[in-house]
Design a protein around this ligand. Sequence first.
Ligand code: ADP
Ligand code: MG
Length: 729
Amino acid sequence: MSNNLRFEVVHEAFKKHAVDVVPPSARPSEFFGELVFDREKMFKYLDRKTYDALIDCIDNGKQMDRQIADKVAAGMKTWALEHGVTHCCHWFQPLTETTAQKHDSFMEYDWKGGMIEEFEGKSLFQQEPDASSFPSGGIRATFEARGYTAWDPTSPVFIYDDCLCIPTIFISYTGEALDYKAPLKKSIKVVSDAALAICKMFDKRVRKIQCNLGWEQEYFLVDDGLYAARPDLIACGRTLLGHASAKNQQMDDHYFGQIPTRVQAFMKDLEIEGHRLGIPMKTRHNEVAPNQFECAPIFGECNLANDQNMLLMGLMKQVARRHGFRVLLHEKPFEGINGSGKHNNWSLSTDTGVILLAPGKDPMSNLQFITFFVNSLVAVKRHGSLLKASIASATNAYRLGANEAPPAIISAFLGKTMTDVLRQLLNVPNDTDIVIAGKHAYNTGLVEIPEIFLDNTDRNRTSPFAFTGNRFEFRAVGSKANCAGAMTVLNAAMAEQLIDFKAAVDAEMAKGTPMKEAFMATLKPLIAEIIDTVCFDGNGYAKAWEEEARRRGLDVERCVPKMFLENTKPESVALYEKLGIFTAAELQARNEVKWETYSKLVQIEARTLGDLAINHIIPAATNYQSTLLRNVTMLKSLFPNEWETLAAPEIAIIRKISGYNAEIKEKVDVMVAKRKVANKIADDYEHAMAYYEIAELLTGIRKPIDKLEEIVDDTLWPMPKYRELLWIR
Ligand code: ADP
Ligand code: MG
């Protein structure tokens, strides 16, 4: 059966390709952003006063009055109608990890017997989706069922199909964040302000700091027909069973290999859609595992870049279907081959064009670089557990620590160059200059950074947090996650660190120490704190690293529900409250959501696997066993003297099948019994801990199933196998 399974599930509705909308001769620069109400459109569709007020609102957070809001909405409506738009929606990011939207038509009675298209400022600014259907933890019970969405003017409105989409934050009536965007924006503000205070000491002209995010999105594609025949992919987004394919990634022939034609057509379509929506898609390539791919845009402002990632993930799913594919964003869709992550390239930069995590041209700009570099590492060291909690999920747990992804220990990779620079800094006088090698007249008493540094940073795939020349790359983020979770923690940790650092420098300078010496004096103990703790350039996959990390006092916890406990520890609450990012109540509520989500995901997997084992696998195996038994019976009647020898191979398989069937049944029964117990637990954390134990049972059930796959007749196997799922033809 598995050989001729090809469902025709590509419906006509999916066949409208972006490549058909955009003329083949058009260049991306010509249609880039055509579906975004960007500054160019604002200028065209708004009068000067309205335009200025909106720009002031975007750039400086100025409040906008009702009349201006109506004018902004009117301009947007004119633009939208020109594109055949009929609806608008508030587009937001609830704690479900996907985006949500409720479409409202522009249509209104004109009270003269007809209809008109209407879109007013109030619809642009605020909507009231029923918050009670979105995960909100304790907030729903303790406060108000209702929540509202409010426009985030810093992220431009865009058109998707026939709908004008308005990026919004989602908060409860009492102001608690029910989404990812609201806290992300707060964290960006605090880290930017904290960085600005330091940058101004180096250059008075700096007026604004931008927090940057450049995400790299990994994903798998599978044939739509084969996907439809895998209940586990449909329900869980990953395979719960499947014997390894004889050929998978061992030949290293997929990474950066030639992109299959069908996949290239998908990528092209996706890029055109992305470009029209203003997503600066830049790279595309095959990843390590078969059927695994990656795309990445040019980095940009963190909040906008994150919106674009959320938008792209939705886009990928839709475009994939037009090409007869399903996209798998799960972190570990297939056992035994690489999983998918979402590398978050993170940096801060000034409005004067300086990237603060890149070496500069002169000693002072290099001191500024070292300051931001070291403080980032201190932030990661002090809040490593929080960072880990931010990327932890039931799905990412299958990838982390699985010997092909960052381990479940947060450490930072600096590379030899920067490790040497830091070690030298520990031992030089405080007035030493930090220079780019070869760019200075004399050669003594200096700390040198080699010039061809950017392209020269060595790579370490085993590190969750790697320095790559002008940014840090947080590689532990899950492929399916909203980047905002991780970025909020990183920004918060960095903000706190920069504020403390500045206070220490100020105190030093108050004693009369010159600026450079004050910075160096403050940096040295920080370098000493990180260099032999969080900084680790070795092999993160090695068993010895776990022991070493434990010795260094790093967090080595692997249990996901336990990781979330970090979020509500007193020091974490203090951090977030001090910076105004989360209240204690919000943190508690969000943890409840995390535990609940964790339990539900494991529950779905456990149910699906139980169903597959009992209703698909055991019957298929028994079916094959019956065939063998019939054969043995016939051998016995035809060859009364030799049958035992002749039937020996079949009898061995018959016995094996009975053995595996019994093992599967017994293990599924244990799992079902555990689920019954777990489901009676009311406390969210305890409930999740019970499901953590259930998650551990899944591999045990899978083993005998995968053994059966090796011996059961291929034509009787009820589902497509890895070798079919993993090779796109
Ligand atoms: P690699 O696979 O080598 O890490 P990619 O080109 O796939 O590199 O992705 C790197 C990502 O990092 C891109 O999105 C890129 O725009 C982004 N990036 C580059 N420089 C910075 C920076 N200073 N800050 C944030 N992101 C950056
Ligand atoms: Mg990268």
